[in-house]
Design a protein around this ligand. Sequence first.
Ligand code: RIB
Ligand code: CA
Length: 317
Amino acid sequence: MAIPVIIDTDPGIDDAIAIALACASPEIDLLGITTVGGNTGIENTTGNALKLLHLFGRDDVPVGAGAARALAFEADLGDPTIHGQGGLGGVELAVPERGSDPRGALGLLVDLVESHPEPITLIAIGPLTNVALFAATRPDLYAKLDRLVIMGGGVHITGNHTPTGEFNIWFDPEAAARVFSAGVDVTMVGLDVTHKAMFAGTDWAPLRGADAGAVGTAIAGMVDFYGSFYMSQNGSDATAQHDSLAVAAVVKPELVTTQHCWVGVETAGTLTRGMTVADLKDVWKQTPNTHVALDVDVPAFIELLVGRIADLDARLR
Ligand code: RIB
Ligand code: CA
């Protein structure tokens, strides 16, 4: 049976690739997408989600627009040198006729969770503002979720946006703090594993063939932009496919090795605001609330992600 999934996202190049994986994987029944501001503004993230689903042949999946800003304090949107001005690395995609769902993110989450016969897995790959609002507004329905799988945080690698803040958590720490303490099981796919699973430019070769279709060409174009940012920072075009690993952990759970422990989020620290603190040694004797991903089968992840997207490209040619 396919796993019923909603994806909350701020596309964003790695989000786009993660959505492609979800659309390419029969293990996932993608019920809906909700969008949030983060990598770029909410207008871009929502429009990008609609364009990506159109590209992937999934105009049937509703898109609900959510929070434009963080709950408590202003946070600057993502650096356009990472994802491009529009959020997809300058790759132009066809604009579908349909627009976003009039229910918006919260209304869509409520309706889908309330009406679906099976518990839903919520995969959150952007700032957690929408997820926190859902947990705060309808705790009764939020409790019906099977689990929450997030791309966010870090334990031994603590930050990418600040020394102690991974971007998704840093952008809205108050939202993240509520989500980790809301009582629904969290699987945290953080920097410890996403920075282990780096994709070399050559790993994407199956999407660059002369017979590549619209999907392969678009994803390869986004990877090229994303890789140029990494090259400018690290001297290598190897990229971290953060968000796809969260989706891959649902498609193939055995890809990641996790430890069940208590995780909290720092919201008051001057230097550490947005830091995820994992009590791996159970010093504080708190009830474990998170499965923290600490290792990843890198070759298997690369093979799954590129192979599935190549299959999707071939199917849609
Ligand atoms: O830190 C990586 C996360 O921040 C990813 O979700 C990426 O898309 C950005 O939102
Ligand atoms: Ca993201």
